[in-house]
Design a protein around this ligand. Structure first.
Ligand code: 13P
Ligand code: SF4
Length: 302
């Protein structure tokens, strides 16, 4: 089917089935364009819980759709391609976390939202990159288990002064961005500010002007006095940054920072998902119930 026709059909099916399309900031441009709402992990979780719809077509990676299903169990959550998973989330299993808890008795667990529902079920509070510092500061404990991203953990530990017991996980996409890439972009654009996502390596975070979640980058860009910004995160974010700030210039710190899983969604798969109402994301009831409180707490912190 031609692109225009696909878009038309998707809009029709959405209306007919009372469906909404939620898309992450890293989704392909054409998916962002057709979405009802585009945002970061925290914004999408909130949206999933509050939006009035019978069906959510979640365009992102699996843990995000799973989180949406846990927050909105009465809605049908579809994922255009169930194979779109987050490699970082798959670096830690429920069994691994149970082992960490056994090794560190009495320690609270903060888990990044980039985890499976099984891991969230073993967690006290979840967080996203937008509120990780606030969530950790909200706990009275000085020593906390923080999983699975070692880079986010390092950043949060420095910001809060707390001792974090970490798992050796990371985002392979953000780890592709190296100091030499930032230096090269700075050489090409000496006036530009550098903004980075906290999943970047610590040596990158030490060098940048601002450390922000993808949603925070979108909010801060129009307010910033900088006219040029080098962006150290997945390149999908550039679509919205450029579209919403035509007076500014945005450069990728590393143009190979592409999350292949985020790019598995396309218009054809969205159309098929809406038409057939599958693949559907399901979470076992017992796991969902245990994970829900940790996610609910995360959603409370801005
Ligand atoms: P955000 O919460 O900033 O959207 O990040 C999610 C993610 O997967 C980053 O790689
Ligand atoms: Fe996971 Fe990294 Fe892709 Fe984000 S960019 S979804 S952390 S692999």
């Amino acid at each position: 089917m031609k692109k225009e026709k696909l878009i038309e059909e998707i809009k029709e099916l959405k209306k007919e089935k009372k469906a909404v399309i939620l898309a992450h900031n890293y989704q392909p441009d054409e998916v962002q364009e057709i979405a009802d709402f585009v945002g970061d992990s925290l914004e999408l979780s909130r949206k999933a819980a509050e939006v009035e719809a019978d069906i959510i077509v979640f365009c992102g990676v699996h843990f995000m759709a799973e989180t949406a299903k846990i927050l909105a169990p009465q809605k049908k959550v579809l994922m255009p391609d169930l194979r779109a998973r987050c490699p970082m989330a798959d670096m830690l299993t429920g069994k691994d976390l149970r082992w960490m808890k056994e090794q560190n008795p009495g320690r609270k667990v903060v888990a990044y939202v980039n985890t499976t529902a099984e891991v969230k079920a073993e967690t006290d509070v979840c967080c996203t990159s937008a509120n990780a510092v606030k969530v950790v500061n909200s706990l009275p404990d000085e020593e906390i288990i923080f999983v699975p991203d070692r880079n986010l953990a390092d950043y949060v530990a420095k910001k809060t002064g707390k001792k974090l017991i970490v798992w050796d996980g990371c985002c392979p996409i953000h780890e592709k961005i190296r100091v030499k890439d930032i230096e090269e972009q700075k050489r090409l654009h000496p006036e530009a500010e550098v903004w980075a996502h906290p999943e970047c390596r610590p040596e990158i975070l030490e060098k940048v002007d601002r450390i922000l979640s993808t949603g925070q980058m979108i909010k801060e860009a129009p307010k910033s006095l900088a006219r040029e910004i080098i962006v150290a995160t997945e390149v999908g974010i550039l679509h919205r940054l450029r579209k919403e700030n035509p007076d500014k210039k945005f450069y990728p710190a590393q143009e190979k920072a592409v999350c292949r899983n985020m790019k598995k969604t396309n218009l054809e798969k969205i159309y098929q998902a809406l038409l057939k109402e599958k693949p559907e994301v399901m979470v076992e009831r017992e796991v969902a119930e245990r994970a829900k409180e940790a996610i609910n707490q995360m959603v409370r912190y801005v």
